[in-house]
Design a protein around this ligand. Structure first.
Ligand code: ATP
Ligand code: MG
Length: 183
């Protein structure tokens, strides 16, 4: 499974519809300070269900919507879509048969947020379920941000275990057991 395309519109500094193609396994994003490099990572984590505004470097969840600049008026909706190449079918389950999986999230100024899987409206849970056990997710180890290496080095054994369980692919079974037990 590989992230092949990121589409953004009205998300942070990406006010105009923008398509970023990631044609190979290694892509570098370079540019001056403040040009929007970290906003791309925020977008990826946001679509996968990040629900903490501070982890997206904002104060409220609608802060991801383009807030206007000296040259542009604010907009009232943000949209990000990730397209995954799943031709190796490493994403399993309901969507496992698809060679391409699209995950999309929108939010409007009234705070209304919607998720879509291959164009059909779904719950946030459906998105988190899809990635559970793949190593990808809003807070997974596949996104290593500044400070995270030292967090891992300094982590308590029980915190480290969460990373290991996700890498070993057993976190999804633990999550399902937890759900069954609380039902
Ligand atoms: P650095 O090299 O310093 O890490 P960067 O390329 O990672 O910079 P980002 O943090 O991605 O930069 O982008 C910051 C820019 O995004 C700022 O100019 C900020 O004004 C703009 N920005 C963030 N949120 C919004 C928003 N909601 N509306 C408009 N602009 C925004
Ligand atoms: Mg940055």
């Amino acid at each position: 499974m590989r992230l092949s395309t990121i589409k953004l519109s009205g998300f942070k500094s990406f006010v105009d519809p923008t398509t970023l193609n990631l044609p190979s396994n290694l892509t570098g994003v370079v540019g001056p300070n403040g040009c929007g490099k970290s906003n791309i990572i925020d977008a990826v984590r946001w679509v996968m269900g990040e629900s903490s505004a501070s982890r997206l470097r904002g104060e409220s969840l609608t802060d991801v919507i383009f807030a206007g600049s000296t040259a542009r008026k604010p907009v009232n909706q943000a949209m990000v879509e990730l397209i995954f190449d799943n031709s190796d079918h490493s994403i399993t389950g309901q969507y496992g048969a698809f060679d391409e999986i699209s995950v999309k999230r929108t939010v409007s100024l009234d705070g209304n947020s919607n998720y879509y899987l291959n164009g059909s409206k779904c719950r946030r849970r459906d998105i988190t379920d899809l990635f559970l056990g793949t190593g990808l997710g809003p807070r997974s180890y596949s996104i290593i941000e500044q400070g995270m290496i030292s967090n891992i080095i300094l982590a308590k054994p029980e915190e480290l275990r969460v990373y290991l369980e996700e890498a070993a692919g057993i976190s999804k079974y633990k999550e399902r057991r937890r759900e069954t037990e609380t039902r």
